[in-house]
Design a protein around this ligand. Structure first.
Ligand SMILES: Nc1ncnc2c1ncn2[C@@H]1O[C@H](COP(=O)(O)OP(=O)(O)OP(=O)(O)O)[C@@H](O)[C@H]1O
Ligand SMILES: [Mg+2]
Length: 267
């Protein structure tokens, strides 16, 4: 049997800095296969972002292991990590804070292309245009300042920037939560398309089961730092076993119509 793209085993994290200890993650275990989208769902404070940040090595866990692309991801020294990080990219909820406020679309996408030497300098402009088209923005947007874009446009640029490094895993932490419903739908469709074309895997963090249902093959439901239920998305939603999953479903009264089933829709 081949190894999954990502294997997380026994991850735990307690925040100890403030007036009280908070156990954000307890013994988290899951895997993601190449090309798969795993939804991480759960109420506010259940530990989703902590998990995403640990995966990106922005925060160290207290214990547990992460194997990514067959490597001991947590053991990679900083110099190796800087090189390997391009394989795992993250898109955040906050589209303003994710960018240098003085950046243009060209510098936002072009800088990582240059730093990681993805394409030769002469091909960089063409690559930026290709990536913009990939996320449904006209090439003419390349010259615009990032802060002159709408939230939905900026999130498309954030996705283009993440894709520019040709990662194998994209971690999206509430990346569409702040967008209005129609922009959100368009970005979710785009994500499914990109996956179909590139085979990229995705961890899709959301408290919104309607969104998870639209794009995720499998779901892991979290509650207070634990994964309390996991399985094929449709099955978990049709017959939830845990109180946490039932609550998430109740929070979206019109699960059936809020987002059409994007993944299974005819193109
Ligand atoms: N830097 C930190 N220091 C102390 N406690 C923290 C820190 N970051 C998160 N926490 C706590 O850890 C727990 C998990 O937080 P986390 O942000 O991972 O949850 P979340 O599921 O992403 O929530 P949300 O849906 O609101 O984004 C919460 O109780 C939170 O208050
Ligand atoms: Mg969060």
């Amino acid at each position: 049997m081949t190894e999954p793209l990502l294997q997380v085993t026994g991850l735990s994290k307690t925040y100890d800095g403030g007036p009280r200890k908070v156990t954000a993650l307890s013994n988290i275990t899951f895997s993601v296969e190449k090309g798969e989208t795993l939804g991480l769902a759960g109420a506010s404070g259940c530990g989703k972002s902590t998990l995403a940040r640990i995966l990106m090595r922005l925060v160290p866990p207290d214990s547990g292991s992460i194997r990514f692309q067959g490597q001991d991801w947590l053991a990679l020294p900083q110099a190796a990590l800087r090189k390997q990080r391009k394989h795992m990219q993250m898109v955040f909820q906050d589209t303003v804070g994710a960018f240098n406020p003085h950046a243009t679309v060209t510098s936002a996408i072009g800088d990582p292309l240059r730093i990681h030497n993805i394409v030769p300098a002469t091909g960089r402009e063409r690559e930026i245009h290709r990536l913009l088209e990939r996320v449904g923005l006209p090439a003419s947007y390349a010259v615009r300042p990032i802060m002159a874009l709408s939230g939905g446009q900026r999130q498309r640029v954030a996705i283009a920037r993440a894709l520019s490094l040709r990662p194998d895993l994209l971690v999206m932490d509430e990346a569409v939560s702040a967008l209005d419903v129609s922009v959100r739908s368009r970005i979710l469709k785009l994500l499914v398309e990109i996956q179909r074309d590139t085979g990229i895997a995705c961890i899709f963090v959301s408290h919104d089961l309607a969104v998870i249902r639209a794009v995720c093959h499998r779901i892991a439901v979290m509650e207070k730092g634990h994964i309390v239920e996991s399985g094929v998305t449709g099955k978990v939603i049709a017959a939830p076993q845990s109180a946490a999953a039932k609550q998430l479903i109740e929070a979206v009264p019109r699960l059936d119509i809020l987002h059409e089933d994007i993944r299974n829709a005819e193109p």
